[in-house]
Write a new protein. Structure first.
Length: 269
């Protein structure tokens, strides 16, 4: 397989989260790139699936009970006051990954859609590193160990290990670590060795042990891609359902002091 070439049997697009017409309407487009797995909650409005051909062998739909915040594992308690949805995202993503039958997977959110996945696929096939979209992915020196968690692509085996590590790594939780930190740290721990003590404290730009070696390892594991390359796209409600068809390129609306990384080079500046 070379850059730009793949078979449907190689890739799955995982749509995780509450059923949403934004992603459901985009399934015919996702099927151009691979299989589709929809991981949702049993409490969702199942009528939204009426437009989905459930007899299509390239589409798999799985569901599970959505626990209330009061039912969350106690270590996620820090996410409640900040109205985080990450504990839910972990649960629905993990179920979806466990039902992926292909070697590679692109994880997306149910309240977002991306019409052109080719640039992400090309970058992944070229580097074979986890490729993440730059939605609130700040340069490494500004906010270490934080990657974009809205859309990313990797080997499914690696992502399954990552989410199993997230579930059992109770020491990495909010408020010391946000969702994007937890994803990157546990991806490294699960696939590239244990790095519990990477930082003296969260937010420090000084790595423990061998700083140069640690950063080099990170650079060998991740690629950052500008999501504007994946347009036309629609981002989630938190972003005001940003639609690039009518509003042009997406740009960050917060944390201007940190700046958004637009490429791998920017991310590891």
């Amino acid at each position: 397989m070379v850059q730009g070439e793949w078979k449907m049997s190689d890739i799955t697009i995982l749509i995780q989260g509450p059923l949403n017409e934004v992603s459901i309407e985009n399934i015919p487009n996702y099927l151009k790139y691979g299989n589709v797995v929809i991981s949702h909650w049993t409490q969702d409005d199942i009528k939204l699936l009426d437009v989905v051909d459930e007899t299509d062998p390239n589409i798999k739909i799985v569901s599970q009970y959505m626990p209330s915040k009061e039912e969350w594992e106690p270590t996620w308690s820090g996410d409640i006051p900040v109205k985080s949805t990450f504990p839910w995202a972990v649960k629905s993503t993990y179920l979806g990954l466990k039902n992926v039958d292909t070697e590679y997977v692109i994880k997306t959110r149910s309240d977002e859609r991306f019409e052109n996945l080719q640039p992400m696929i090309d970058l992944f096939l070229k580097t074979k590193r986890m490729v993440f979209g730059n939605i609130y992915a700040f340069p490494f020196e500004k906010d270490p160990l934080r990657i974009g968690d809205h859309i990313f692509m990797d080997y499914n085996e690696k992502l399954v290990k990552t989410y199993e590590m997230i579930l059992k790594s109770h020491e990495f939780r909010y408020p010391n670590y946000c969702a994007e930190h937890i994803l990157m740290i546990n991806h490294m721990r699960a696939n590239y060795g244990h790095i519990t003590d990477v930082f003296e404290q969260r937010g420090s730009s000084v790595l423990n042990n061998n700083p140069a070696e640690q950063k080099k390892n990170l650079e060998l594991a991740f690629e950052c891609i500008n999501i504007n390359l994946l347009k036309d796209l629609v981002l989630c409600k938190r972003e005001g359902y940003w639609d690039t068809k009518t509003q042009g390129d997406w740009f960050p609306i917060a944390d201007w002091d940190k700046g958004i990384a637009w490429s791998t080079e920017d991310f590891f500046e």
